[in-house]
Ligand binder design. Structure first.
Ligand SMILES: Cc1ncc(COP(=O)(O)O)c(C=O)c1O
Length: 430
């Protein structure tokens, strides 16, 4: 901790409520947070990333377990209190008279929500469908693409299993051909990464699947460069943005993707079971929806939402997660997440037998880090951290990526990470 600590509670309580906080009869944590936010104005995102006191007040917005250090936020993130409360409130409304509250009240919130998501994503609201997760978004596209036997799809062995399985199912049933790229990661070599995909393209390639952040080790891929090469050859681009949306600062159109799917329960901190699919406007009519609709080839993004009765109370609470995200700010969040990852990785990188499987450079990684210990299986370190330190991580053995994945979040403190550093150090030396 620095000596010149800033006082984030200066003038606590004298400010008018922000949009985010106005819906609460303000408890102490929320008053303190409001004050900390006000006092953080004018501090650069880089500097704020290192201010533990400020992030302590962010932590108070969550219901963090006191008995466990959760460093598997890559799996799924917890929702802040405001999101949890909204979801429970909407659930209670729904049960007072379900068909009335769900169809006539909560469902009416979908169009404003679509607009808010589109604003965050930097695209037209007519390009955003709201769904349950990335798997649903990606499989909607994968099964909806009009492909025929012999057409080729380029995908990476390091893509997500649900995505791989969806393409494999089409390969099995319809005779598509998947051409695999096998990435050596981590990599900071843009040319190498782009070239792996380009080398796999043939005149028969119709689609390339690119994972924006590889979940196994947090590698960020140069999606735009790959997409530009694909488009030059008339190849469509499907981007798996499960981990990237609301994690670091970008707009979907920057990627030049035709299709992009995200899980909102990961980095947006929306309720578990929320997702989003972006389809470039001119591509909507060419994709068959997964759940059939009248006129399935119509030019309306809502055709991807024909799911029937579902928990609207979950969907509507996404709005509170957007407010929370905007309250922190994309750039501040990105800088803090990257700072936390590098904080622990820098401190273990020179320990004998420790191998970092993630880049420390902000262009190639953000919150997610993966560490391997020579001669040990990932499961051994994962169990050791849980048994001795009550730290929750995840052991990864997938293709050529072998290590323990560690994913802090905005509520993680450097004190938490000091415990992790001690755990990795004692394990590596044992
Ligand atoms: C890269 C990637 N794609 C897709 C998914 C699927 O996300 P969900 O389980 O939310 O559908 C995940 C989940 O971890 C992922 O990491």
């Amino acid at each position: 901790m620095k000596n010149n600590r800033r006082n984030f509670l200066r003038n606590a309580g004298v400010f008018s409520a922000t949009a985010f906080l106005s819906s609460l009869a303000q408890p102490a944590w929320s008053r303190n947070l409001e004050s900390a936010l006000k006092n953080a104005k004018g501090i650069s995102p880089e500097d704020l990333a290192t201010e533990e006191d400020f992030w302590y007040y962010i932590q108070q917005s969550f219901t963090v377990s006191p008995s466990l250090i959760n460093l598997n936020n890559g799996g799924v993130s917890p929702a802040p209190k405001t999101v949890q409360e909204a979801m429970k409130r909407y659930y209670d409304y729904s049960n007072e008279a379900p068909s009335y509250y769900m169809w006539r009240i909560l469902d009416q919130g979908r169009e404003p929500l679509r607009k808010n998501l589109a604003k965050m994503a930097g695209c037209d609201s007519e390009e955003i469908a709201i769904n349950r997760n990335s798997s649903e978004g990606l499989e909607t596209v994968i099964f909806g693409l009009q492909l025929k036997a012999g057409d080729e799809v380029v995908a990476a062995k390091q893509d997500y299993p649900n995505v791989i399985n969806a393409y494999k199912q089409r390969e099995l049933r319809e005779g598509l051909k998947i051409v695999w790229v096998n990435l050596e990661l981590p990599s900071e070599d843009e040319n190498y990464l782009v070239q792996q995909y380009v080398n796999a393209f043939t005149p028969k390639t119709k689609v390339v699947n690119v994972t924006h952040i590889i979940n196994w080790n947090g590698q960020i891929l140069p999606v735009k460069k790959i997409a530009q090469e694909a488009h030059k050859r008339g190849i469509e681009v499907v981007v798996d943005g499960a981990h990237s949306f609301a994690h670091f600062d970008f707009k979907i159109p920057d990627l030049d993707a035709d299709y992009f799917a995200a899980s909102l329960h990961k980095w947006l901190y929306a309720p578990i079971g929320t997702g989003m699919l972006y389809v470039r406007k001119e591509k909507i009519k060419g994709i068959f929806p997964l759940f059939a609709m009248d006129n399935p080839l119509k030019d309306d993004i809502r055709k991807f939402e024909a799911l029937g009765t579902r928990p609207f109370y979950i969907e509507q609470a996404i709005g509170k997660a957007i407010e929370f995200h905007e309250m922190i700010g994309s750039e501040r969040k990105e800088k803090r997440l990257h700072y936390l990852k590098n904080y622990w990785m820098e401190k273990v990188k020179d320990i004998p037998k420790v191998k970092l499987n993630t880049s420390l450079h902000p262009k190639w990684g953000c919150a997610i880090g993966n560490v391997g210990i020579e001669g040990k299986k990932p499961g051994e370190l994962d169990s050791y951290l849980m048994d001795k330190y009550k730290i929750h991580t995840v052991g990864i053995t997938w293709e050529n990526i072998v290590g323990v994945r560690v994913t802090p979040n905005v509520y993680t403190t450097t004190k938490n990470l000091d415990v992790l550093i001690e755990g990795i150090t004692t394990f590596a030396r044992s």
